[in-house]
Write a protein that binds this ligand. Structure first.
Ligand SMILES: *[C@@H]1O[C@H](CO)[C@@H](O)[C@H](O)[C@H]1NC(C)=O
Ligand SMILES: *[C@@H]1O[C@H](CO)[C@@H](O)[C@H](O)[C@H]1NC(C)=O
Ligand SMILES: *[C@@H]1O[C@H](CO)[C@@H](O)[C@H](O)[C@H]1NC(C)=O
Ligand SMILES: *[C@@H]1O[C@H](CO)[C@@H](O)[C@H](O)[C@H]1NC(C)=O
Ligand SMILES: *[C@@H]1O[C@H](CO)[C@@H](O)[C@H](O)[C@H]1NC(C)=O
Ligand SMILES: *[C@@H]1O[C@H](CO)[C@@H](O)[C@H](O)[C@H]1NC(C)=O
Ligand SMILES: *[C@@H]1O[C@H](CO)[C@@H](O)[C@H](O)[C@H]1NC(C)=O
Ligand SMILES: *[C@@H]1O[C@H](CO)[C@@H](O)[C@H](O)[C@H]1NC(C)=O
Ligand SMILES: *[C@@H]1O[C@H](CO)[C@@H](O)[C@H](O)[C@H]1NC(C)=O
Ligand SMILES: *[C@@H]1O[C@H](CO)[C@@H](O)[C@H](O)[C@H]1NC(C)=O
Length: 423
């Protein structure tokens, strides 16, 4: 509009109609060819007020990464199936390329973006063909699945991911995200382990995760530094490494995590249920984190908090002379009910070294809670309403060093039987 020249009413109406126009782009499909280039070629016409539709009854070949430009008021609808390349080398080539965006599907900046799958059992799946990667223990140049980087106002619903190669949803720097009714199936057909198939990584602010169903081989949810106001509820996690916060403070980094609530979730045959991890020598703090109403079924470590994390397969713990640790404050574990897997000789599938990366010196395998803390850095860490038994029937234990805590943690802080206290 040219300043100073008042527009007539009809002209204004016409202008509003154009500005309000919604367009729909049905992504074309060509048999036996990569469907990414055609979408990328057309997308500049559909970056605002548009629907981008992968139509039903079609299997799209996403044989090269889909790097979305900045989108405003756009929904991406996955009604058909999407398939990654079946060639491992092809995927690796794109991941290794200098212009790789950081994920097979990436969204950067933008506002009001919806990614919507469906509930049809036959269509709407994104197939990563991960099994062959797991069978070969192929871990070179694996792609992240979906990256939302610095995007505001995002809805991700009804997505269905089948055998992803590795990590699934990442959210670095994004805000106001609502993830619901998503399914991630990263279970292996045999003993080959689906390494690093993390479900959701919360790396931004104001995120709500509801009714997500995850079967995988790493964290179900991982809350990373920079996260604030994260709620996860009504979930199901199977085979995973838990509802995790961390790891924080690697190499002395300054971490910040605040206001996290994980509630009403079933943890089925997972390694951990609730987990916090920070590296020795970290800085910063994790404050106000609650896990509540957690049902755990045959879980090895229902509650595990460590300020002393390291990859044990890389050798002995780093000898840190640092006086600093990532501080933890106001952690609550409330109403955990379930069964600890203390089957003698049981080894979780991600354990491929001796000792296992998750080995805890001195643990008996019957611990409902392990607190591995540094003195003067943990404030108000409490467990309450925990009801656990072991598969073997042996008494439930705890691991805790009383010289590292400053409050009644809700159970007798020792390496011994689990005995509740007023908390
Ligand atoms: C998909 O195929 C089914 C079965 O052939 C048909 O009933 C349905 O209408 C098709 N849907 C679309 C959107 O083409
Ligand atoms: C956000 O995008 C949706 C489509 O996904 C659209 O229906 C809605 O009007 C948009 N919101 C605003 C405020 O423009
Ligand atoms: C990356 O580079 C390749 C080769 O130059 C090119 O074909 C492709 O379009 C580029 N991808 C992006 C997302 O820029
Ligand atoms: C869609 O993909 C899923 C997962 O790979 C598969 O089980 C399903 O059979 C596919 N649908 C069709 C119609 O091929
Ligand atoms: C899983 O099956 C694949 C294909 O049959 C095979 O190559 C692989 O060795 C199997 N993995 C294990 C651990 O048995
Ligand atoms: C926290 O996030 C939720 C979900 O995105 C949002 O509705 C709520 O307003 C946020 N709370 C604060 C205090 O920002
Ligand atoms: C320890 O913390 C202090 C105060 O925050 C900071 O100045 C110092 O750089 C930290 N030291 C290391 C090794 O991270
Ligand atoms: C702690 O976090 C919860 C849930 O995210 C939030 O509702 C509450 O306001 C936070 N408390 C404080 C003191 O910030
Ligand atoms: C737990 O997982 C097993 C398969 O590993 C399944 O058979 C069982 O039904 C699951 N339990 C629940 C409560 O979902
Ligand atoms: C308990 O913690 C203190 C302080 O870090 C440490 O000196 C001591 O060795 C720990 N005791 C055990 C049994 O780990």
């Amino acid at each position: 509009m040219v300043a100073g020249i008042p527009l007539s009413f009809p002209v204004l109406l016409a202008y509003a109609a154009i500005a309000g126009a919604w367009s729909t782009f049905v992504v074309p499909h060509t048999e036996d060819a990569d469907d990414t280039p055609a979408l990328m070629a057309a997308i500049s016409d559909y970056t605002s007020d548009a629907s981008i539709v992968f139509e039903a009854n079609t299997t799209y070949n996403v044989w090269s990464p889909l790097t979305f430009p900045l989108l405003t008021n756009v929904e991406v609808v996955i009604s058909g199936n999407l398939t990654y390349p079946t060639s491992i080398e092809t995927v690796q080539g794109y991941v290794a390329a200098a212009n790789y965006s950081g994920a097979w599907f990436s969204f950067t900046r933008g506002n009001n973006v919806t990614l919507r799958g469906n509930t049809d059992p036959d269509w709407g799946w994104v197939d990563g063909h991960g099994q062959q990667w797991w069978d070969l223990m192929q871990q070179t140049n694996r792609p992240q699945g979906w990256l939302f980087k610095d995007v505001t106002n995002v809805i991700i619903r009804d997505m269905k991911l089948y055998k992803p190669i590795a990590w699934n949803f990442a959210t670095t720097g994004s805000s106001n995200m609502h993830f619901f009714n998503n399914i991630i199936l990263a279970g292996s057909d045999n003993a080959s382990f689906p390494f690093n198939t993390d479900g959701f990584s919360a790396g931004g602010t104001n995120m709500l995760f509801e009714n997500n169903h995850v079967v995988n081989g790493d964290d179900c949810l991982t809350v990373v530094s920079g996260a604030k106001n994260i709620t996860w509820r009504n979930g199901y996690c199977e085979g995973s490494h838990g509802l995790s916060v961390g790891s924080l403070g690697e190499g002395g980094q300054v971490a910040s995590v605040e206001n996290v609530l994980c509630e009403n979730t079933i943890m089925n045959r997972t390694l951990y249920a609730a987990r916090f991890k920070s590296w020795t020598g970290g800085n910063g703090a994790a404050i106000n984190i609650t896990w509540k109403d957690i049902t755990f079924i045959d879980v090895m470590f229902p509650i595990d908090v460590t300020q002393n994390y390291w990859d044990q397969e890389d050798g002995p713990p780093p000898s840190s002379s640092s006086v600093n640790e990532t501080h933890i404050e106001n952690f609550l574990f409330d109403h955990f009910v379930g069964v600890i897997n203390d089957t003698p000789g049981y080894v979780e599938g991600s354990c491929v070294t001796d000792p296992c990366w998750y080995y805890v010196p001195g643990a008996t395998g019957k611990e409902a809670v392990i607190f591995d803390l540094y003195p003067d850095t943990a404030t108000n860490i409490v467990v309450k309403n925990l009801v656990a038994r072991t598969l073997s029937g042996a008494p439930v234990a705890a691991m805790c060093n009383s010289s590292t805590i400053s409050n009644d943690v809700g159970f007798v802080c020792w390496n011994g039987p689990y005995v509740p206290t007023p908390g």
